[in-house]
Design a protein around this ligand. Structure first.
Ligand SMILES: NC(=O)c1ccc[n+]([C@@H]2O[C@H](COP(=O)([O-])OP(=O)(O)OC[C@H]3O[C@@H](n4cnc5c(N)ncnc54)[C@H](O)[C@@H]3O)[C@@H](O)[C@H]2O)c1
Length: 288
């Protein structure tokens, strides 16, 4: 997809961080934007600010972990703008950072999997058929993470969910190419970006309440991650790289080259059937 002016973009998690930067960029490209988010106040503020920029917008309160919400999002998009050309499956959450795998609760797993995986699956279910019927160039961008390419201690649930996002994006890309469709797919793998991701708990449903405060000996990993996010790249840089990737029809968008040696080492370990060494495990931690 190379032409954006006048086209329609749907963005989940549009009210903060990377999603907000994508929305701003879509407006600058002259697109109509559908803003979907679970946080009502931030969503309405985002819509107001984009309207002030002269954008044609629709905001839809959406919990992407609910099939009915995504069905409604697709329906409202078509009712309002008549089409969808760019879908950003961006919303995502993180839980239990710092905890070792066996220290997480079932609720921690359910919340992250419901949002990070089911959210994308529901959007695939409802938006892909619409895009296929349109027969015009379209593109889907799924947000994974460097954690979808590397596994590190204290980040097990999030990492497993993002590995799934990577895999389902690779499959979707292949299937849409094999049937000769006009729908492209990218999977974006950011490293650390200055957003509110470390405060994702603000959106956790009460029925999936967390497992309480981290024990002090686990807080070091959370603190490292929080610092890395605070010192991360700007969301606008991620949005810019995503648009470059869409224009080039790139499947993989890795926003920070500094992670590539660790990814290469990981791939080599798999091919050589080698176990990660102590220094490699340390390297993953040092990247935080
Ligand atoms: N910030 C980083 O360092 C980083 C790195 C790699 C990947 N990511 C990914 O980027 C994506 C965007 O996150 P961000 O960093 O901008 O964080 P953020 O918390 O600033 O923004 C996430 C947005 O998603 C919304 N959201 C949360 N749960 C939702 C739900 N159930 N339904 C609809 N909306 C929901 C939030 O309200 C928020 O507006 C996520 O998928 C995240 O995993 C972030």
């Amino acid at each position: 997809m190379r032409e954006f002016k006048g086209k329609v973009a749907v963005i989940t998690g549009a009210a903060s961080g990377i999603g907000r930067a994508i929305a701003d960029r879509c407006v600058k490209e002259g697109m109509k934007v559908v803003l979907a988010d679970i946080e009502e106040g931030a969503l309405l503020r985002t819509e107001r600010e984009l309207k002030e920029m002269g954008a044609a917008t629709l905001s839809v309160m959406t919990d992407i972990s609910k099939e009915a919400d995504i069905r409604l999002l697709a329906q409202k998009t078509i009712q309002t703008f008549g089409a969808v050309h760019l879908l950003f499956n961006n919303a995502g959450v993180d839980a239990g950072t710092g905890r070792l795998l066996w220290e997480n609760t079932v609720a921690d797993w359910q919340w992250v999997i419901n949002v990070n995986i089911w959210g994308i699956l529901f959007a695939t279910e409802f938006f892909v058929p619409i895009m296929l019927k349109q027969k015009t160039p379209c593109h889907i961008v799924n947000t994974a993470s460097i954690a979808g390419l590397l596994s590190g201690p204290g980040n097990g649930i999030y990492s497993a969910s993002k590995h799934a996002v990577l895999s389902l994006s690779e499959t979707l890309y292949q299937e849409l190419r094999l049937i000769g469709s006009n729908v492209g797919v990218s999977v974006v793998c950011p490293g650390f970006v200055r957003t509110q991701i470390m405060d994702a708990e603000r959106n956790r449903p009460t029925e999936l309440r967390g497992s309480g405060n981290l024990p002090p000996e686990r807080q070091v990993i959370t603190e490292l991650a929080r610092k890395a996010v605070q010192n991360g790249i700007h969301p606008e840089d991620v949005a810019h790289q995503i648009f470059e990737g869409i224009r080039k029809g790139q499947l993989y968008i890795i926003t920070e080259p500094k992670f590539k040696p660790a990814i290469k080492q990981h791939m080599e370990n798999v091919l050589n059937e080698s176990n990660p060494t102590a220094s490699q495990m340390q390297l993953v931690r040092n990247l935080l």
